[in-house]
Design a protein around this ligand. Structure first.
Ligand code: SAH
Length: 537
C-alpha cells in the first residue's frame, strides 16, 4: 500500500456545524474522465482523503488536488491487493478522524465493486455515508466500441456476469440458463477464464458462430477490441495479446461494431497527452485536445508563488508614476499580468495613479497570450514582437523608444537575461521587478503512474510551454529515460531545454495554443483528419 501524506486539516465541518466524518462511495466510470459524474467530480475537489484502486486512470488521478491525501489500495504488478477488511478499516479510521472520505472505485461501486461490503462495515460503525453511482464498464465499454448492449433486431436483455474463478479454479456460472435467456452476455473479470467461459457456453448449446468480442481498456486512449465468434475468440484474443482490464461480450450485437465503431476514429482518438502547464492556464489546451478525442493527463510541473509583500514593486510603481519623460510597462507572461493586478490591489495602489502620472505610458507584451491577458484589464499593448522571445521584445521596445525613457519590467524572478541588454544599449533606464517565483512540483500520486506509462509507451507526447515547465517536469520525474518522450514545445527556447534532457522535440509554428493544437494534429491526428487539414480531402 502506498500513501501520500500532505499537510491538511484533519477536521471537516458538517452542515450543522458539528465536526463529523463521512464517506462517499463513488463510481469513477470506466476510465475516460469525461464519464465521471458531476457529483463525483465535485467530491474529488472537496474530499480530505481519497481512497482509490487500480482501475482509476491517470487522467482521473490528475484531477485530485495536490494537497489532498490519496491512499492507493489497489494491486501493483505482481503484488497482492490490499485485503478488503483492511480497506474497510481505512475508511472507518479516516471517517472517525472527522474527515470527508471519498472512496473512489472504477465503474459503478455496486457492480462487482465490493461496495456493499464497505457500506456494511460503515453502517455497523454508525458512520454516515452516501453512494454516488458511476457509469459501469459493462455498458460503457461496449458503447465505446460501437456495440449497443441491446438492439430491437437482436436481443431484448443483457446480463452482467463475473468470470472470476473460485479458489478451486471453477466458475460459478449456470451456462444452461444463460444460453436459454438469449440475451447479450457481458463477462467482467474474465480474461483469465476466457477459455472456460466460451467452452461452457458451447457445451450448453450455443452455436460456435455466435458473435463475440473482447474489449480491452475501454473508453481510454488504449482501448482495443477483438471481434470474432464464440468458437474463435480465444485464439484471436491470444494473437492480439489482450490483457486485463477487459470484458468479454457475447451476442449478435457484437457484429454491429464494424458499422458503428467511432471512438478511435475521432481526430485524436486513441492518443494520450501529458500537459505540464500550471493548472490555471492549462484548461484551454486540455479541453481542446479532449474535444478532439484525446485522453489528457494534466500534471502541472510548476506553480507560481506571488512575491508578497512586494515592497520593491511599490517603490518602482511610485517612481514610475513620477516619471516625466516616456515610460514603458513590460509584461512577459499572462500569469505576470494577473499577479501584477493582484499586487496593485494588495498594495492599495489605484491603476489611475500608476498609469496617470505625468507622461503617457506605453505597454509591451511578449506575445499574444500576454496581450490577451492585458486585454482583460482594458489595456491594449503598444508593442507585441512578431517572434515570441525576450530578446525580440527587448529589441522591439528599444526600436520604439527614445533615450532616457523609463522601462519597468514586471515579471518572474528568474526571467530571461536576454530582455534587458537591448534596452540598456538604447540608453533606457531599466528597472526589472520580480512579481512571482516559480516553484517546481509534480503530483506524487501521479508520478508513479506516469513513469510506468512512459515506460510502456502509453503517452504519445508531453507538451511544454516554457523552459520552466521542462525543468519542473524533469525535477519531478527524476531518473527516467527521456529519449522515450516526444515533447511538443511552444518555441525554440522551450525546445532547447527539452533537448538538453534527450527528449525528441517538435516545435509549434507559432507561440500560441492554436499552433500547439495544430502541431499535435499534424503529428498524431488520424490519417483521415491529417489529409483533410492538408486540403486533400
Ligand atoms: N465496478 C466496475 C467493475 C469492477 S470489476 C464497473 O462497474 O465497471 C473489474 C472488471 O471490470 C475488470 O476485470 C474488467 O472486466 C471490467 N472493466 C473495468 N474497467 C474496464 C475498462 N476500462 N475496460 C474493460 N474492462 C473494464
Amino acid at each position: 500500500m502506498m500513501t501520500e501524506k500532505h499537510n491538511r486539516s484533519d477536521k471537516s465541518t458538517a452542515a450543522d456545524g458539528r465536526t463529523g466524518g463521512k464517506v462517499w462511495l463513488a463510481g469513477a466510470g470506466p476510465g475516460d474522465a469525461g464519464l465521471l459524474s458531476v457529483k463525483a467530480a465535485e467530491l474529488i475537489g472537496k474530499a480530505d482523503v481519497i481512497v482509490y484502486d487500480a482501475l482509476i486512470s491517470a487522467e482521473l488521478l490528475s484531477m485530485i488536488p495536490n494537497h489532498t491525501e490519496a491512499i492507493y489500495v489497489g494491486k501493483h504488478a505482481g503484488n497482492h491487493p490490499v485485503p478488503q477488511e483492511e480497506i474497510n478499516q481505512i475508511l472507518v479510521q479516516e471517517a472517525k478522524k472527522g474527515r470527508k472520505v471519498l472512496r473512489l472505485k472504477g465503474g459503478d461501486p455496486f457492480v462487482f465493486g465490493r461496495g456493499g461490503e464497505e457500506l456494511e462495515t460503515l453502517a455497523r460503525e454508525k458512520i454516515p455515508f452516501e453512494v454516488v453511482p458511476g457509469i459501469t464498464s459493462s455498458v460503457a465499454v461496449p458503447a465505446y466500441a460501437g456495440i449497443p448492449v441491446t438492439h430491437r433486431d437482436f436481443t431484448s436483455s443483457f446480463h452482467v456476469i463475473t468470470g472470476h474463478a473460485r479458489k478451486d479454479g471453477t466458475l460459478n456460472i449456470d451456462f444452461d440458463a444463460l444460453v436459454r435467456l438469449k440475451g447479450t452476455l457481458v463477462f467482467l473479470m474474465s480474461v483469465s477464464s476466457m477459455e472456460q467461459i466460451l467452452r461452457g457456453l458451447m457445451d450448453a448449446g450455443m452455436r460456435p458462430d455466435m458473435p463475440a468480442a473482447v474489449l480491452e481498456k475501454g473508453t481510454t486512449a488504449g482501448q482495443r477490441r477483438v471481434v470474432a465468434t464464440v468458437g474463435t475468440l480465444k485464439g484471436e484474443s491470444e494473437r492480439a495479446g489482450v490483457r486485463t482490464p477487459a470484458i468479454i461480450l457475447v451476442g449478435k450485437v457484437c457484429s454491429l461494431s464494424e458499422k458503428l465503431h467511432w471512438a478511435e476514429d475521432r481526430p485524436l482518438g486513441g492518443k494520450q497527452f501529458l500537459l505540464t502547464r500550471p493548472r490555471r492556464n492549462m484548461s484551454s489546451l486540455a479541453g481542446r485536445l479532449k474535444c478532439l478525442g484525446a485522453q489528457v493527463i494534466e500534471m502541472p510541473a510548476i506553480r507560481t508563488e506571488p512575491i508578497s509583500p512586494n515592497d520593491p514593486l511599490r517603490r518602482a510603481l511610485t517612481r514610475f508614476s513620477e516619471v516625466c519623460e516616456g515610460r514603458w510597462l513590460i509584461f512577459t507572461s499572462p500569469i505576470g499580468v494577473s499577479v501584477f493586478f493582484d499586487a496593485l490591489k494588495e498594495l492599495q495602489m489605484d491603476l489611475r495613479s500608476v498609469l496617470g502620472g505625468r507622461s503617457g505610458v506605453k505597454i509591451g507584451a511578449i506575445g499574444s497570450a500576454t496581450a490577451e491577458a492585458l486585454g482583460g484589464y482594458g489595456l491594449i499593448p503598444d508593442i507585441v514582437p512578431e517572434i515570441y522571445s525576450a530578446l525580440e521584445l527587448g529589441r522591439a521596445v528599444a526600436a520604439h523608444s527614445d533615450k532616457g525613457e523609463y522601462v519597468l519590467i514586471v515579471r518572474a524572478e528568474e526571467g530571461s537575461e536576454d530582455l534587458a541588454p537591448p534596452l540598456e544599449e538604447r540608453g533606457l533606464v531599466v528597472n526589472d521587478i520580480p512579481l512571482y517565483r516559480t516553484e517546481y512540483e509534480v503530483n506524487p500520486i501521479l508520478r508513479e503512474a506516469v513513469v510506468r506509462m512512459i515506460d510502456n509507451g502509453e503517452i504519445d507526447a508531453v507538451t511544454f510551454t516554457s523552459g520552466s515547465t521542462v525543468r519542473g517536469f524533469v525535477r519531478g520525474m527524476g531518473e527516467i529515460n527521456y529519449s522515450k518522450i516526444s515533447a511538443v514545445c511552444i518555441g525554440e527556447q522551450t525546445a532547447r531545454a527539452a533537448k538538453e534532457y534527450g527528449m525528441r522535440v517538435e516545435i509549434a509554428e507559432k507561440a500560441s495554443m492554436d499552433a500547439m493544437v495544430e502541431k499535435i494534429m499534424e503529428l498524431f491526428g488520424n490519417p483521415r483528419e491529417r489529409k483533410r487539414m492538408d486540403g486533400k480531402e
